[in-house]
Design a protein around this ligand. Structure first.
Ligand code: SD4
Length: 296
């Protein structure tokens, strides 16, 4: 008697924000070519890091308060293997370095100058990550500071979650963090459980928005634990967002999550309806952007 064949989820890629759509399509090509979900999320996120028009990720990301671009990224597979880099400067593809940390070291996260030197030792090239456009915006911010205190601009992470042809889950995320942040500031994106979490056979989640909020509540881990308890993806996220609002005592911040359940069901949700958060979904019959409701 042969063993019953486990039902497999259809392959799918989801990613945060409209700029996640072309990146998710790159990831989809990897999956369609027989690649793993891990290879897919890496390839998709790399394409976003390389795009200078995305000023919140990789090359062309907005710098810190001293004018230096520092990057955070992480990657995780269905077995719980993971790697991350934080406050990494002069290396264009932090998600690749994160995967290298995952596969070539006994550690999970490398930061700052150590991360940069590790990357160089594995053949990554150093380059200036500031584009003319991001330098111009930095100068405008500095000049504005002298005139009047400014609210930081909106900032976005690419978070990407995928299921491959074999039904296996993986996720990755990458960001230049809050624009004009204090030098040394690390957000949620490189912190496993905060900006990204993957549990094989259960689901995956990733955060975008004010990273401090995702860190305080172990946001992505909490979303995945809600999936494990059987909640549908949208409710799994909403419970975590409600908890953030309860802890803060208000909903006056921007934080959003995407979630992908192991069977392929997905959702995106924001704390606030005025965030304008949308997420990209790519599957066999094409790709689209989906409006993610806000709960306040
Ligand atoms: C951070 N969550 O560093 C990232 C930045 C960002 O939408 O997403 N924003 O806090």
């Amino acid at each position: 008697m042969s063993d019953p064949v486990a039902p497999r989820a259809n392959p799918v890629v989801i990613a945060t924000w409209p700029f996640g759509l072309p990146a998710a399509k790159v990831a989809w090509q990897t999956i369609a070519g027989g690649g793993t979900a891990l290879d897919a999320v890496e390839s998709g996120v790399v394409s976003c890091e390389d795009d200078p028009s995305v000023n919140s990720v990789g090359y062309g990301g907005l710098p810190d308060a001293e004018g230096e671009v520092t990057l955070d990224a992480s990657i995780m597979d269905h077995r719980g293997a993971c790697g991350a880099v934080a406050c990494l400067s002069r290396i264009r593809n932090p998600v690749r370095v994160a995967r290298c940390v995952m596969e070539r070291t006994p550690h999970v996260m490398l930061v700052g100058d150590g991360a940069r030197r590790f990357a160089v030792s594995y053949g990554f090239h150093e380059s200036d990550l500031l584009t003319e456009e991001s330098a111009r915006r930095y100068r405008a911010w500095r000049e504005g500071l002298a005139a009047a205190p400014r609210v930081p601009e909106a900032h976005d992470t690419i978070g990407m979650l995928a299921i491959d042809m074999g039904g296996t889950l993986a996720g990755a995320c990458s960001t230049s963090g809050t624009p004009f942040k204090l030098p040394g500031r690390v957000g949620d994106s490189p912190i496993i459980g905060a900006g990204l979490f993957v549990a094989g056979g259960v689901g995956a989640a990733s955060a975008t928005g004010v990273g401090e909020e995702a860190i305080k509540g172990c946001g992505s881990f909490a979303v995945v634990e809600n999936l494990r308890r059987g909640l549908p993806p949208a409710e799994a996220i909403s419970l975590v967002l409600e908890e953030i609002a309860r802890r803060r005592g208000d909903a006056n911040t921007h934080i959003s999550f995407i979630a992908l359940r192991a069977d392929g069901a997905s959702a995106g949700r924001s704390l606030r309806a005025d965030t304008g958060f949308r997420y990209a979904l790519v599957e066999a019959n094409g790709g689209s952007l989906i409006d993610a409701a806000g709960i306040y």
